[in-house]
Ligand binder design. Sequence first.
Ligand code: GTP
Ligand code: SPV
Ligand code: MN
Length: 600
Amino acid sequence: MKSFNELNSWVKDMAVLCSPDQIYWCDGSEEENEQFLRELTATGKTIPLNPEKRPGSYAFFSDPSDVARVEDRTFISSRFKEDAGPTNNWIEPTILKETMMGLYRGSMRGRTMYVIPFMMGPFGSPLSKIGIQLTDSLYVVVNMRIMTRMGRQVLDKLNDLKWFIPCLHSVGYPLLPGQTDLPWPSAPIEKKYIAHFPEEKLIWSYGSGYGGNALLGKKCLALRIASVIAREENWMAEHMLILKLTNPEGKVKYILGAFPSACGKTNLSMLVPTLPGWKVETIGDDIAWLWIKEDGHLYAINPEAGFFGVAKGTSYESNPNAMMSIRKNTIFTNVALTDDLDVWWEGIDGPTPNHLKDWKQEDWTPEKKTPAAHPNSRFTVSAKQCPVIADEWENPEGVMISAILVGGRRPTTIPLVHESLSFNHGVFMGSMMGSEITAASISNQIGVVRRDPFAMLPFIGYHVGDYLKHWLDMGKLSNDALLPKIYYVNWFRKDEEGDFLWPGFGHNSRVLKWIFERSEGTAKAKVTPIGNMPTMDALDIRGMSLKPGAMESLLEVNTNAWLEEVASLKVYYQSIGSKMPQELMDELEKLETRLKFMTV
Ligand code: GTP
Ligand code: SPV
Ligand code: MN
């Protein structure tokens, strides 16, 4: 964090280091944005889409090596390794800074350094934070304008807020005299660094232009650095959607959901219920900042202003509200293009076209075996364009939370839904989360199940043991009666044939209904060794077709499978080391005892 007075000298120092040809302060205006998009078009970095089909929208195609977050190249550079913990990459800060200064030296030659003032959180919220990102990528500028509250009005707020989080970003591809630019400049993988300095609250990102690596307000600031600040200031920064659920009588509840990347947050946050009379509206689709107010309840704001959503698989059938959000003024990255310059991806509605340009800009026909759109292709769109954005989504006071969902891709063992027995048991449920690795990060282990506590594994800015302790400590600021219950959900359980047992998407409203009614005290539940679960008749599955026996499998607690889970969790907890909170080890032991001795 730096004080307002240091802003100009910091910008100047970074310019001396990176040697851009010029410095440009972004004002965030419409005219400025149009000028940037004209420039991106003229230099061949983007393709404007057919204005009849997709007005105001643009397609970008990344370098094939720069398609997702790079977890192997992401660093928590605290002074001591112990503070970064066993799950983060760590390099001692003076060493990392020296290495990165070497890379930044002259890295913006031949380019402009854009200064982006941005706000995370609604104007006027007690949690909102200001960041200033310096970048040599116009793609980043036009995306940050959608994803954050960006522009001149933020600098006015700097007077009041006094502090800002400095974020330095370079794609790492300087232009020497006479050198032509690439459509998507970036640096080779071994030169990429996504670095966080938690003591200084400083972000340095080098070598990548994609998503969370480059739009520094998102994962770097609103999760990794914010999680460090939140721990110091008694609040929480979480990888969670926020939704508003209204029942047929018009009663409203707000629900959080922590699912790992590409596990259904955007989809759930704007779901169209298949249950008549129920309504879901969106507050946020990826990040929530949470705090406990004096009334003892948990409140949430969405620090972002837009959605950076997974394109692949999005359709009018799976997520109509996302499809309606992206009809205009949308940036698409790594999707395929139709011959009449509209977007296409695997899973979109309608027949597969006979000819496309794929995300590598090559001709594509259905015979081609490779996917036309990259699995981590994305759309960037303002939250204001979502037809079900809730009226109160920018309320600086936040919304009061009634339930927290946790979950991930678990083909076996974990049932459709189970409910925490206490707040600490709920934290235990979050701590044991696991999920199959998805294409949202670059990995050769896609599909392998890994532990991902509260979906925060790649986003905790400090020691994972301290993070779990912080959850427990937050619980101590209030009491179980006022805090939301935690629900472990699993939309991804599979049958023997490898098909999903639960149809998911809009049908998830049936689970939301049970959760809503649990918090009202009206829904039926049975006690099981793992927590409270709906009785076979408690879930409203009217009008739904499930395979015979599917419901039994979805609500099954297989003792042997769970005892294996317990054994694997013991190993996992050990890997966290001495900072693993005793309360959670106690919860694990209690679970084991219940599994062994409880009769249901
Ligand atoms: P990030 O933006 O990476 O954090 O992802 P996310 O958590 O917002 O995930 P998103 O909603 O974009 O969903 C990712 C993929 O999961 C989609 O392409 C869907 O195909 C799939 N998905 C989402 N919800 C469901 C569901 O209820 N059931 C099944 N089977 N798949 C789902
Ligand atoms: C995620 O990976 O969880 C995302 C996409 O939301 S990115 O912004 O690239 O992190
Ligand atoms: Mn995400």
